[in-house]
Design a protein around this ligand. Structure first.
Ligand code: 5RP
Length: 232
């Protein structure tokens, strides 16, 4: 039996194999945040001379990449990226995700939006039928915290302030439990429209394109197109 850390390690290595054909001297990769991504960065660093560098979704990932000799670019310097690689707290069968366990959700959404393809790397414990068991992170402007919390309660959520945590954008996180998310894209839009919300950790309006899912039997690739095929 692989431990959860070993599963993460396996998918991190598989992700590097996935990105290798995209690495050219002028390639810039989008790189997310989290413990799985940390392992991806470590494995990617071996190939650092094969590509130009990366745009990162957090100060944490930027620091790790710089320490390993991967050049880190500001998103404002970059027009396109073939791939964005990041983890998830939950992913469903339509490849919608909850993200933000590490608090980097807003920058994750921004960097992902510039990349051609979102590659989600996760161990099998993250695959769910319905999103919402993991409390949904919502980044808020501090002065709006209580006002946003009241609106989230009206949506049947139970928001709790992530104590002692300030995001890289100088904002706060409300972790919202109790939500049963059977219409993720609609809920994402509703929460994003609450004044004071910077962004919410639902990635459904634009989800993953490919999930590399680490299982006890190996790493499985789930493709958005295959999901469509299965549904039709
Ligand atoms: C950070 C994230 C992470 O991708 C998510 O929390 C998964 O993290 P891990 O790989 O440590 O399980 O969204 O904001």
């Amino acid at each position: 039996m692989f431990t959860q850390d070993e599963l993460k390690q396996n998918v991190a290595r598989a992700a590097v194999q996935y990105v290798l054909p995209f690495l050219k001297p002028d390639t810039i990769l989008g790189v997310g945040t989290g413990s799985t991504v940390d392992m991806f960065i470590d494995a990617l660093a071996v190939h650092k001379d094969r590509f130009q560098g990366a745009v990162s979704s957090s100060e944490r990932s930027s620091a790790r990449m710089k320490a390993l000799g991967i050049s880190v670019f500001d998103l404002n310097q970059v027009e396109s990226m073939p791939l964005y690689v990041d983890g998830a707290d939950e992913v469903d069968h339509d490849l919608c995700m909850i993200k933000g366990g590490g608090g980097a959700l807003t920058r994750e959404k921004i960097v992902a939006s510039v990349a051609d393809r979102f590659i989600c790397i996760a161990d099998e414990s993250k695959l769910v039928n319905t999103l919402g068991r993991f409390p949904l992170p919502v980044e808020v402007v501090p002065m709006a915290r209580e006002a946003v919390a009241r609106r989230l309660i009206r949506l049947d959520g139970r928001p709790g302030l992530r104590e002692g945590f300030i995001t890289d954008n100088g904002c706060e996180i409300l972790d919202v439990s109790g939500l049963i998310i059977d219409a993720p894209a609609e809920l994402e839009q509703t929460i994003n429209n609450i004044p004071g919300v910077v962004s919410c950790g639902l990635f459904a309006l634009s989800g993953a394109d490919i999930v590399l899912l680490s299982t006890q039997k190996g790493v499985r690739q789930i493709d958005r197109l295959q999901v469509g095929d299965l549904e039709s």
